[in-house]
Design a protein around this ligand. Sequence first.
Ligand code: UDX
Length: 459
Amino acid sequence: MKSFEKKVLCIGAGYVGGPTMAMIAAKCPQYEVTVVDIDERRIAAWQSDTLPIYEPGLLDVVKIARGRNLFFSTDIDEGIRHADIIFVSVNTPTKTFGDGAGRAADLQYWEKTARNIVAAAESDKIIVEKSTLPVRTAKAMGRILNANDKGIRFEVVSNPEFLAEGTAVADLENPDRVLIGSRETEPGLAARKEIVDIYANWVPAARIITSNVWSAELSKLVANAFLAQRISSINSISALCEKTKANVAEVAHAIGMDSRIGPKFLNASVGFGGSCFKKDILNLVYICENYGLYEVAQYWENVVRINEYQEQRFVRTMVRVMFNTVADKRIALFGFAFKKDTGDTRESPAIHVAKHLLAERARVVVTDPQALDNAKKDLAGAGGNVEYHEDPYEAARGAHAIAVCTEWQQYVHLDYRRIFDSMEKPAFIFDGRNILNHKELYETGFSVFPIGRTALKHF
Ligand code: UDX
């Protein structure tokens, strides 16, 4: 049997663990990379051509390495015994119970994994935090791991993941930076070097940065908080634009040309979603409160509040302009994923929009090229009248309104004349992503309600 230079294990085969390990394996044929998970179906999917997550380009990367030096398994204990380096990428959702419910990170899966590692390990290992964790978690983990009577030493390193869904392959292949935090002791620095060496196989040295563990842990939360803050900032301004006839896209363009501000992440929208932003900000808020930093906590909490305000504002506008009632009206949601190029719907603003419309007794029709299965789960308990169609033309047939909730490019290129002809009149479009050609739609006969710019109405 071929002997590998390093044996890398990843516990958790989700959106972060799977793609990250696939990239490491593809770039480093000299390492053996194994991904384990308790979920048998998920592991089976990673072994098939229908991966458990939709991510453009990922299957090609997996295929380079699968069976060569990339393996998927449910035998977690054997994986732990065999590995030198263990990445832990289990989920750390927001707590739903007890102190910190709704804010703090629920660390039970993390701690169980740590205990599992201690129980199965037979030799020293480096443990890499890949999950997003509260600052100072590494310390607690180090204690749990090193409180063993087998004489085994574990060194905990933080290597937060900054990839975004939909662009995971490009983000992993060509990251802005890779951050590795460790203790600044001799064993800590040695472990840091081991992890740096992995990424150095394809990431330029200048983009691999190192820090102490706490900075690395905190940087992940802060990066997401800053990104979300930009969206809430521009979304708050979109409300003002609608009142003043300013155009939020023009404002974003004008401010984004200031090199200190920069042009990215300034698209006003129905709101941000995804598994990270809200969770990480609330976690940051909780940590600040714990340290008595109430003003700081409140500052960041408002980023989440503005996002909720934006989601609500979008649906309230729909109801108001549709003559203050949507009861029994058919409304087509174009897109349910939290952004384009993913089937993920976690914290998607579309969930809020759909539920709010159902509460108003509208008949909701959901269309999405990738997220219909998740949409069905998200709306399972919501009651009311919901239909699902893969074909947007079917979804829009007989509808009073279309609400664009996800910026899928295919929605830009639909035949809106055909759609208009199949709809009830007056026909409304609410463009929650500002991706459509509003003037053309207006000329076709639609009344058009974008985000942050003047509506084009036929009445
Ligand atoms: C985010 C971070 O970008 C990534 O670095 C981190 O590792 C995980 O969290 P992700 O949640 O996959 O990634 O998506 P992202 O592209 O950041 O978008 C988040 C949400 O913001 C989406 O709902 C998106 O539609 C929305 N968004 C983004 C806007 O509304 N406007 C923008 O200008 C940009």
